[in-house]
Every structure is written in C-alpha cells, then in structure tokens.
Design a protein around this ligand. Structure first.
Ligand code: COA
Length: 392
C-alpha cells in the first residue's frame, strides 16, 4: 500500500474582476446585501477567449512546475468540473493534449462543488493500489457561462477559476490519511444545472424551443435549503473523517472548506467549537468557484505560508447532487525554489506539445484525404460494395 502525497499545486484566475457594485448595475441588489449575506465582495469572470480547459491548463502547468515533474510522467488526469465545454471530449482529455501528457488516462468527474475532494480520493486510491505513480487532479469552472444573469439569488454567488494538484505515490507515510464521500440524490432539485441538451420536454416544435431554451441550462437553487444542508453536513463529516484517521480536532492545523458562504463556514466553526481562523477563506475576493474553490484555496494557503511540513489539513466540499466529501491529508512538502529559466523551459515544452498535437491532427486529415475518408458518403459506398458481394 503506497501513500499519495501532494507534491505540486497551482491555480489560475481570469483577470476580469466583477464587484458587487458591478452586479448592482445588472440585477436589483446591493454590495451591502451581498456582503452581509455571503461574505463576497467580488469574483473573477472568464474573458471571451478563456474556457474551462484554458483555466485548467494554466493551473496544471503551475502545479507541474512546483512538483518538478514532466507532463510525460503523469499517469492519470482527473478534472472535476460542472462546466465542461462538451460532454466529450472531456476537459481532462483537452488538458492532456495541451500538456502533452502522452501516458495519461484522462476523464472528467461530476460531483458539483464536492468534485475536487471526490477526484482527489479517486486518484489517491489508484496510487495506493500501486497501479499508478503520478496523478494530476484539477478543479476548474467557468460558472459565469451557466448563470442566469437575471436571477439575483444565484448570479451574485459564483465565480470562475481553476486549481490543480500533483499527487505522487511514495512509501513515506502521510499524504491522504482518510476521506469520506457522501451523497443524497433526494435533494437534487435544490441545486441544479441541466445539461445543455437537458430539456426534459419532448420536441414540440421550434416555437416551443425558442421560447424555453434560455431556461434549459442555467443554474437554479433553493438558497435556504442548500444553506441548511451545508451547515448540517460540514461539521459532522469533518468529525467522522478525523475519527477514521485517528485524529482529533486538536490535531488539525488548517481546514480548507468549499468557499460558498462565510455564514456557512462560521456556523461550522461554531458547531466544531474551533475559532473561524482555523478555516482558510478567500471567498471575499473570488466568490464560489464550485469544484475549483478548494484547490484554489489550497494553492493560496500554500503560497501564503499557511501550510507547514507535518501539518494536518482538512478539505471539505459540499454542493449539488446533493454531495459532500471530506478528506484529511498530512502535508509533507516545502515549496521549492523555481527559477524563471526553469519556468520558461517548461513553457517551451508545452508549446512543443501543442505543435505536436497540431501535427497529429494534420496527419489524420492527410491520412483521411489520401487513404480514404470515413465520411457518411464513403460508408454508403462501402455498404453498397458489401451488398453486391453478398448478392454474388
Ligand atoms: N439582493 C437583494 N435581495 C435579494 C437577493 C439579492 N442578491 N437575492 C435574494 N434577495 C431577496 C429575495 O428576493 C427575498 O426577498 P423577499 O423577502 O421580498 O421575497 C429576500 O432577499 C430573502 O431571500 P432568501 O433567498 O430567503 O435569502 P437568504 O437570506 O436565504 O439568502 C442566500 C440567500 C443565497 C445568500 C443564502 O440562502 C445562501 O447563502 N444559501 C446558500 C447558497 C450556497 O452557498 N450555494 C452553493 C452551495 S455549493
């Protein structure tokens, strides 16, 4: 049995800042209302050219640089996201291609705001069994693309961004000590984001579709119920996982919760009888970035020197599904010095892998052009030939 240690971390945020005052120009709200109910002052939103993949890629590059390993050493990439550009190819496959991680399996994981902790535990299990050595676990979201900007109850809460960690298998005890993944699908209606094709109605003609399509794939939420659910599960889940790890609250150095709402975090702190400072927060600046919020917060905590070797760190996520997930890890790393030359060298490698990817695409096109195409017409021709042979 091997131990899965975090050896690299990185995050990436879009540049564009959206303040509460900016929102007050879009919906009937105010900075005062948003800040007192949620603790959020501002959030980042993706620019036109930014995508979940581009944010995830940048976070991954940083995490690999801190880890000091090459993309070709990665065995598995999991991207936790609720805002992929497509059902397939997955965001993870797109990141794999851009990184040039040619030996990696890749898939997306959907567990809403608990996604990162789910993904972390899946990758750690694969490491623990010895089937892989290195995994890249990413949480990435462009929530701004799935919000109903007319709904003041939800559009004020969310932001965009990505965070990533590199896990490495080792015989040194530590890393992921224990985890718990939970769900309650009966609460699925409380927080939901239908798929782009998720219109539950049969096709009733273009008029119907045109009338309703705007509402088919934006996020909706029952804020009060979600608030109640979150405050019920966070404290008890942390306690259960600490028990599994043979630790008590006194052994915990930092809790990195999903960044949803300051009042949820304060309520959890009260229930656990710990000072709120034990919880790391950045939601005043970034809002709720769903599956990206824990890895971004981890990254900021590490950069701020809040994580020391031998610290016990708790991650706790909760959200749509309903899902919730908690993990406790022993932190074993100090941040390495990264020279600008090394960073530039790595950037060059990633540029080369893009060229390689283009070359492969071109190769496929040329292959199709000169070697026969798998177009529907070509298939029909093949089918005809086949029929003639059969008739003969
Ligand atoms: N600005 C001003 N007023 C708003 C508003 C806004 N942005 N959003 C809602 N309101 C209004 C409502 O319309 C309602 O008005 P009414 O009384 O005239 O009908 C009033 O404020 C109270 O609405 P309610 O939804 O009950 O507010 P709340 O106190 O529950 O706060 C949330 C709303 C969303 C801040 C709170 O429920 C929450 O944080 N829930 C958890 C959400 C969350 O974290 N989700 C993600 C989990 S992963």
């Amino acid at each position: 049995m091997r131990y899965a240690h975090i050896i690299g971390w990185g995050c990436h945020l879009p540049e564009r800042v959206l303040t509460n005052d900016d929102l007050a120009r879009v919906v009937d709200t105010s900075h005062e209302w948003i800040y007192t109910r949620t603790g959020i002052r501002q959030r980042r939103v993706a620019g036109v050219r930014e995508t979940t993949t581009s944010l995830a890629f940048e976070a991954a590059v940083r995490a690999l640089t801190v880890a000091g390993i090459l993309a070709s050493q990665i065995d598995l990439i999991i991207v936790a996201t609720s805002t992929p550009e497509a059902m397939f190819p997955s965001t993870a496959c797109r990141v794999q291609d851009r990184l040039g991680a040619r030996k990696a399996g890749a898939f997306d994981l959907s567990a809403a705001c608990s996604g990162f902790v789910y993904a972390l535990s899946m990758a750690s299990q694969a490491i623990a069994t010895g089937s892989i050595r290195h995994a890249l676990v990413i949480g990435a979201e462009t929530m701004s693309r799935v919000l109903d900007w007319r709904d003041r109850g939800t559009c004020i809460l969310f932001g965009d961004g990505a965070g990533a960690v590199v896990l490495q298998g080792s015989d040194v005890p530590g890393g992921l000590l224990a985890y718990e993944l939970r769900s309650d699908g009966s609460g699925g209606d409380l927080l939901k984001l239908p798929a782009a094709n998720g219109n539950p109605m049969p096709f009733l003609g273009p008029e119907y579709y045109n009338q309703h399509k705007q509402q088919t794939n934006t996020l909706s939420m029952n804020g009060r119920q979600v608030f109640r659910f979150a405050t019920q599960v966070v404290g008890s889940s942390i306690q259960e996982v600490l028990e599994r790890a043979g630790l008590t609250m006194a052994d915990v150095d930092l809790i990195i919760p999903h960044q949803a709402n300051t009042r949820i975090i304060e309520t959890a702190a009260k229930k656990l009888k710990v000072p709120p400072e034990k919880f790391f927060t950045n939601l005043d600046r970034l809002g709720n970035t769903s599956a990206a919020s824990i890895p971004i917060a981890l990254c900021e905590a590490a950069e701020a020197g809040r994580l020391k070797p031998d610290n016990n760190i708790v991650f706790v996520g909760f959200g749509g599904g309903l899902t919730w997930a908690t993990a406790v890890i022993k932190w074993n790393v100090t941040r390495p010095e990264i020279s600008p030359m090394m960073s530039n060298w790595r950037r060059l490698l990633f540029s080369l892998s893009r060229v390689n990817s283009w070359a492969r695409r071109l190769g496929r096109r040329l292959g199709a052009l000169f070697g026969g195409s798998f177009t529907p017409e070509a298939r029909l021709k093949d089918a005809d030939k086949w029929k003639i042979h059969q008739d003969e």
